[in-house]
Design a protein around this ligand. Structure first.
Ligand code: ADP
Ligand code: ZN
Length: 742
């Protein structure tokens, strides 16, 4: 195969200038090549993969117009606002525009200044809007959330079907479809429904390494949900519930407990839904409690946790819903709380809606199969990343993902699981496969209930066989056995436990099973993922207080400009500001995601805040990026102790030119404490006229005043006099300076 043509330098220049990205991701390069080459494409990229850049960046470097089809007004508005903020001329055509806005939009399209126009499928094909777009030299049509065209997908929208006519309306344009939905069936359907012609099909890697997956039996829903929320205090999250009434109850409970939660479901009227959506987008609410049927419109790139209060209907839904976490690539957590009862509830929901819609029996059968797959995932003992990736037909080779309950050791194998399983199965046999889980559990635990005595079950050999096992564990194990197909739950209203051939194979020692249990219930679930006090998503060395301040500043700026906070700067940029603490425009511009226009608009404001914070706290500034390390980096080996004296000379030389401690640390690779001592030595030896370069004036004043009282012999009394507010490093330098004045 010939090597692919390199992308034009103008493209990279535009990506750097407008978006502030130094590189493109490999799949983005391929997708952009298809767009620039005018070849139809179908791009399947997981959420957070960076789909929008694939059609936005080419639109910037080419003349003419790119039409983007998007399912929701909220999504269109977000993208147009975001593009406006980085200086890319884009507009939207939707029902919310007033007459004046519409005139401006049309004008921009006609005179060729607008590069991207966003619209809905129905507007595009049902009005004569497309005539104007044709005349404006539309060479590219991009279809976002393209799975909406397929009824196999999780979000079928009938109006997307009309897009089959695009070809007819824009015979000269190339059509590109983008989706995060991974199944083969949906992919084929998209290509077919949209009449894509010989499309370049580009499929990304489905693993989302920044997500930590946890699957737990639902024991006490409220407290389990709150435990997760508290791990992410102040961060954004979504709690998915099965039914509208669960959403209302959960929202009320969270609100009462003081959380900033809003509800979102189909039973609410449009205005109320919009209110929830806007509160979440503007960061006035932290948590959206939603039914699983909803959510596309409640996207926020910095969602740090997604909780499922019950099992979703299919693994695709689960992937899509958990996919809303960590779209910005920062670490985020997905917790699924399930119970055996979910299966039954969901099955009856499916059957009821199939009956109402008069769906074919095959539909019900397929839905139940999907449900069973989901159930197996919940009760499986396989790495969650691996299970998900394999479900979508890809391979996963990392032996330990370090980002799921299984690999993190939240769960452990039940010792001698086969014996335990045999006891459970033979109890089901002894009660003649005529009872449900609760009764079997009672018998195994040796309970003395009326129901047991009435049937003589206290005399069974299996009565009391698993006396010491807590009820919740036992119930969970029963569902794990069902999940491994060695036990069957049959009947709808009162499901009974039944045996199958595999059950007998286990009892006869011909087949083996695995059972897992939570390592230790008390406060175990999940504490390994975040250090207390350190927000979940922050990289090592980032200052949490500064991050919070920057977030607040971002909210102010966003509300002042009437845009969503992430449009000002995404969390990734704020996190990097909190870590590297840049103090110059150059340093700020080097952060990935800071382009020219954003630097101009917001740079000064944010730099001032960072500088003020560093001065107040004495934190070092302009801290270089650590070298990229593997995820399980061993402790960093000590640097070779190469001629410290030589390094001291380098440090002195740098101090003479006014270099900061951070710069010297960077250059010499010495420990900051050592560099600080060198600075004190430097001050004593070379007697500079001022030290304000290293310690702000007001701090110098305060240290000097404290030294008047306590003398300059020992640092600690001075430190205490200043209420521990000034760090030892600054005190050491100021005292060195005072002593040379004497
Ligand atoms: P998707 O639509 O696929 O979910 P987005 O387009 O929202 O993904 O992009 C996800 C995140 O990745 C955004 O925060 C975006 O700024 C970032 N991103 C996209 N492309 C790049 C790139 N080439 N370099 C760095 N960050 C990128
Ligand atoms: Zn894992």
């Amino acid at each position: 195969m010939p090597a692919p043509l390199p992308l034009p330098p103008a493209l990279f220049a535009a990506v750097a200038r407008y978006w502030g990205f130094a590189t493109l991701r490999p799949l983005q390069e391929q997708a952009i090549r298809a767009v620039l080459g005018g070849r139809d494409s179908l791009v399947v990229m997981p959420t957070g993969g960076g789909k929008s850049l694939c059609f936005q960046a080419p639109a910037v470097v080419r003349g003419g117009l790119t039409v983007v089809v998007s399912p929701l007004i909220a999504l269109m508005k977000d993208q147009v606002d975001g593009l406006a903020r980085i200086g890319v001329p884009a507009s939207r055509l939707d029902s919310t525009l007033n007459a004046a806005e519409r005139t401006t939009t049309f004008e921009g399209i006609r005179n060729g200044t607008t590069r991207l126009v966003f619209t809905s499928p129905e507007r595009l094909v049902n009005t004569d809007v497309f005539r104007m777009l044709q005349n404006a030299n539309t060479h590219t049509v991009a279809i976002d959330e393209a799975h909406c065209v397929s009824h196999w997908g999780h979000d079928f929208r009938p109006e997307y079907r009309q897009l089959a006519r695009l070809r007819e309306f824009f015979p000269k344009a190339a059509v590109h479809a983008y989706t995060a939905t991974a199944t083969e069936q949906v992919r084929r359907d998209i290509a077919q429904q949209l009449n894509l012609s010989n499309p370049d099909i580009l499929v990304g890697n489905f693993d989302r390494p920044n997500l930590t997956f946890r699957v737990l039996p639902r024991l006490d829903l409220q407290s389990q949900v709150r435990e997760v929320i508290d791990r992410h205090a102040g961060d954004a999250g979504i709690v998915y519930c099965l039914r509208r009434k669960d959403v209302d109850e959960m929202t009320a409970a969270l609100k009462t407990a003081g959380y900033r939660a809003v509800p979102y479901h189909a039973g609410m009227d449009n205005a109320a839904r919009r209110e929830s959506q806007e509160a979440f987008a503007a960061e006035d609410a932290d948590i959206v409690v939603a039914t699983v049927a909803f959510g596309m419109g409640i996207d926020r790139s910095n969602v740090r946790f997604v909780i499922h209060a019950a099992m979703p209907k299919t693994i695709e839904h689960y992937q899509q819903e958990t996919g809303r976490a960590g779209r910005d690539g920062l670490p985020s957590e997905c917790v699924l709380l399930h119970s055996g009862a979910d299966f039954i509830t969901l099955k009856s929901i499916i059957e009821k809606s199939a009956e109402e819609a008069q769906a074919a029996p095959e539909y019900v059968a397929a839905s139940v199969r999907h449900l069973e797959e989901m159930g197996r995932y919940c009760r499986g003992a396989l790495c969650r990343h691996k299970a998900l990736v394999q479900h979508f037909g890809q391979t996963y080779t990392t032996p330990n993902c370090e980002a799921c309950d299984i690999c993190l050791g939240d769960t452990q194998e039940v010792p001698d699981a086969v014996t335990v399983a045999k006891k459970i199965l033979s109890c089901v046999a002894r009660v003649k496969e005529s009872f449900g889980a609760s009764h079997v559990i009672d018998v195994l635990r040796g309970a003395d209930t009326a129901s047991i005595r009435a049937r003589g079950h206290h005399e069974l050999s299996t009565h009391g066989l698993l006396k010491s096992v807590p009820k919740t564990d036992l119930r969970d194990w029963i569902y794990q056995l069902i999940g491994q197909d060695v036990l069957v739950q049959a009947g709808d209203e009162y499901p009974l436990l039944k045996l199958n051939a595999a059950s007998w194979a286990v009892m006869n020692g011909k087949q083996t099973v695995r059972l897992i249990q939570l390592a230790r219930r008390e406060k175990r679930s999940g504490t390994s993922a975040a250090t207390p006090g350190q927000p979940f998503a922050l990289p090592a060395g980032a200052d949490a207080e500064l991050f919070e301040m920057l977030r607040k500043l971002r909210r102010q700026e966003a509300s002042h400009d009437g845009v969503q906070p992430y449009v000002v700067f995404p969390d990734t940029v704020l996190a990097e500001m909190a870590r590297g603490r840049p103090t110059s425009e150059d340093a700020l511009r080097r952060i990935s995601g800071v382009g020219d226009v954003r630097l101009q608009t917001y740079g000064r404001t944010f730099l001032k805040a960072i500088i003020a914070h560093c001065l107040r706290t004495g934190l070092s500034e302009n801290v270089p990026m650590p070298k990229a390390a593997p995820r399980t980096a061993p402790a960093v080996p000590a640097l070779p102790a190469a001629k410290p004296s030589g390094k001291k000379e380098v440090a002195f030389k740098m101090f003479r030119t006014g270099a900061s401690i951070a710069e010297v640390v960077y250059k010499t690779e010495l420990a900051p404490a050592t560099v600080n001592e060198y600075l004190a030595d430097f001050v004593r030896a070379e007697k500079p006229k001022s030290i304000f370069k290293w310690v702000p004036e007001d701090v110098c004043e305060r240290v000097a005043a404290a030294a008047e009282i306590h003398g300059t012999e020992r640092l600690k009394p001075v430190f205490l006099e200043l209420n521990s507010e000034v760090n030892y490093e600054a005190i050491r330098v100021v005292i060195a300076f005072i002593t040379i004045q004497d």
